[in-house]
Each structure stands twice: as structure tokens, then as C-alpha cells.
Design a protein around this ligand. Sequence first.
Ligand SMILES: Cc1cc2nc3c(=O)[nH]c(=O)nc-3n(C[C@H](O)[C@H](O)[C@H](O)COP(=O)(O)OP(=O)(O)OC[C@H]3O[C@@H](n4cnc5c(N)ncnc54)[C@H](O)[C@@H]3O)c2cc1C
Length: 426
Amino acid sequence: MSRWPGSDADAIVVGAGPAGSTAAAYLARAGLDVLLLEKSTFPRDKVCGDGFTPRGVKQLIDLGIDTRAEAGWLHNRGLRVVGGGVTLELDWPDLASFPPYGAVRTRQDFDELLVRHAEKAGARLHEQTTVTDAISDERTGRVVGVGGKEGADKRPVSFTAPLTLACDGVSARLALSLGLGKRDDRPMGVAVRRYYTSPRTHDDYLESHLELWDRSGSEPRLLPGYGWIFGMGDGTSNVGLGILSTSKAYGNTDYRALLRSWLDGTPEEWGFREPNATGKPGGAGLPMGFNRTPHYREGLLLVGDAGGMVNPFNGEGIAYAMHSARIAAECVVQAMARPEGMAREHALRRYPGALAEELGRYFRLGNAFSRLIGHPAVMRTATRYGMPRITLMRFVLKLLANLYDSRDGDVTDRVITAMTRLAPSV
Ligand SMILES: Cc1cc2nc3c(=O)[nH]c(=O)nc-3n(C[C@H](O)[C@H](O)[C@H](O)COP(=O)(O)OP(=O)(O)OC[C@H]3O[C@@H](n4cnc5c(N)ncnc54)[C@H](O)[C@@H]3O)c2cc1C
């Protein structure tokens, strides 16, 4: 039951992906009455690479998810990087802040696991509920709920709550309904993936290919991005590629054709050919480096992809969706324990501040990195000269995957910490 007379809940969470289910679980666990509104019905698929670095696994552990192999997770020990004629196997770094293993799990499976976790904590899930817009208080402009359509018959519904968390992914429909568009000064990515039956399904490493050539024009072009091959352990591999918006190729490339042409160049015996495909290719945008702000405005918090929280260095989004959800939930719980008005607003304004503190500087560095590798010459030189240098590549792995100890780390950790401190936080 809502603690607030006249409201349907203490908080409304829109979207039950990693951001929404995580936020709903933390909020419900703290005793808030949470409505979790999701347009689809579980189990459902989500276009993704299905890969978790140790940063993603840490978020699962924090939330209380069993990450053992016995619980259905396929662990990996690091990243295999292929490029510049060299293949390197880089183990995940040994750190105080993160576990030493990554994982894979299909989103079909993972998102259902997470939403059930939120329900068990007490969140009230409404499936088949598409939110179309925010309801604002006419006098103050504050968001006081959402409207949408529910069920097979699409009947109009509305729900009210003192606070709403927009966790509706890259489409960010709720934020858009309030005029919060995406920022053009921040990078975007596009990624496509497809599943294939493959003998490479069992792999101790996540594999990434740094050289993606677009051979569709008269001159081959090296693209800023990478291809991945993630063995799912169930007879299939999740294979895909992601490209950054900072290159000329962005927006005028046929990504599915590019995936096809890259895979045609891989060894036949890996199986990445049409007859072994188990479904159609799927693609979506990757909103990066805080590309939608402000993350809080009266009554509404943007979380995960809705707030542009994909890492610009490597395209990882699940860890950041869950991390931002945890921060958002902490702020909401503190806010709801205060009387309505300035005191509560104060606690809520902490959300963008805390995000900036924890992720802002790193993302700003990533935004600069994405602009740099948008130049083919930089990308080519980095691959050619970086790859043969193992110590350098260990450092690069830590930087690109955001895996370092900011306190009491080794020399490379201290260098990354210093680099991020130099970057602005917003
Ligand atoms: C091809 C590809 C590969 C990727 N690979 C990886 C990877 O390997 N590892 C990684 O960490 N990240 C990866 N990402 C990024 C990752 O998928 C996202 O960052 C992550 O899913 C963000 O979580 P979220 O909860 O913010 O949004 P989403 O996962 O998109 O969840 C949003 C939820 O909201 C629901 N919804 C949307 N609109 C509405 C509405 N109007 N009303 C009600 N519900 C709504 C959706 O149905 C969905 O359930 C990849 C992305 C792509 C496109």
C-alpha cells in the first residue's frame, strides 16, 4: 500500500529491463510500494551481446543474485582481443573492487530472472503496460504519475506516485514526452547481433575483433568499433558488432550487411554462415556517456539507457543500468523518508550529483576517446602499435572495461585514477 494518500504507489518504475528491475528490487526491499510497468510479457528477448564484464557481475552480486555456474551463469576469465595480426588473451584483472570473472547469459533468461527477483522483493509488476506519457501537476509542473495503455485490449490507464523512474531504455519515451531530447555533444553507438549454432559455443574468454572493415565502397574503410564472438555454452554463439557515431560511416552504413561481410571472412568451421543462424539479426542504438540530461527533474529520474549510460569505451550497458538504478533507489528511499517539499527535493537532487561523481569523469574521458578513434588513422595506429605490447594492452583492458581500484591499486590503477580525475564530471 502506498504511504501517500491518493497515490497508487510510492514510486513508479517504467520498464523492467536491468535498470527497472534493479531499481524496483532495491526500492521494494527498503519498504516502498513500487509499481513496475513493462510493455512486454516475460520471458521476452532483448537485442544484446549478453556479455557481463566483472563490473556487471559485481552489480549482480550487490543485488543478491546467485552468480555461480550452478545457478546458470557461464563464467569467463577474460577478454581475447584480435587485431593487427595478433591475438591476445587478457585475463580480467585481480582487483579488490571487482570479482575476477565475467559471465554470459541470454537476455531472455536474465531479464526474467531479474524481474522475478524484483517481484520477490515486493514490487508489483504490470506486464503488457505501455507508458505513453508523464502526468504533470498543472500548477507546479511536477511529474506525479504516468499514463498509458494496458492489456491486449489496450485500455487506457493512469497511475500516480510522488516519484517516477524512467527505465524505458534507449527509446526514452517518457523523457521525450517531457521534451528531454538526446544531447548531440555526446556519442551514440549502433550495434547488431545474431545467434549461430557454433562449435565455438564453449569459450573461457569473451572475444573481440578490433578491425572492422567496410568493403562496400571503392576504398575499404576501417570503422571505429569492434566485433564480438561470445560463446553462450548452449550450442550457440552470440556474434555482433558495434560502431560509434563519431565516424563518417555512422548513419550511412548497412550494419546487417557489415555483420554478414565480417562473418563471411571468419573461418568456415566456426559456423557463422546463414544455414546455422538461429534467428534474424537484431540491432539497436547505444546511448553513451550521459547523452540525456538532466538525470533528475521535478519528480522524474532517468536511469540506465534512458539516461544515456552506456560506457563509450566499450559499449557495455547492463552494469551501468544496474549501477545507476542502485544510486537512484538510494536517493529515492532517502527522499521518501522526508516530508514533501524542499527537504525531499534536496535528497533527489543528490541523484545527478552522485552519478556525476561515480561515473561522470570516466564517461567524459570515454567521450573524448570515442571522438579520437572516430579518425580511422588513429584507430589503425592504435591497433597496429598497441596490440603487440602486452603490458600496454593490460592497461587498455582496465581502462576500456572500467576495471581498476581507485584506492590502493597498482601503478596502472593509479594512472587511470589520475586520468579520470583530470576529466570534468559533467
Ligand atoms: C546489439 C547490442 C549488444 C549489446 N551488448 C551488450 C553486452 O554484451 N553487455 C552489456 O552490458 N550491454 C550490452 N548492450 C547494451 C545493453 O543492452 C543496454 O545498455 C541495457 O539493456 C540497458 O538496460 P535498461 O534497463 O536501461 O534498458 P532496456 O534493457 O532496454 O530495458 C528497457 C525496458 O523498458 C521496456 N519499455 C520500453 N518502453 C516502454 C514503455 N513505453 N512502457 C513500458 N515499458 C517500456 C522495454 O520493454 C524493456 O523491458 C548491447 C546493446 C545492443 C543494442
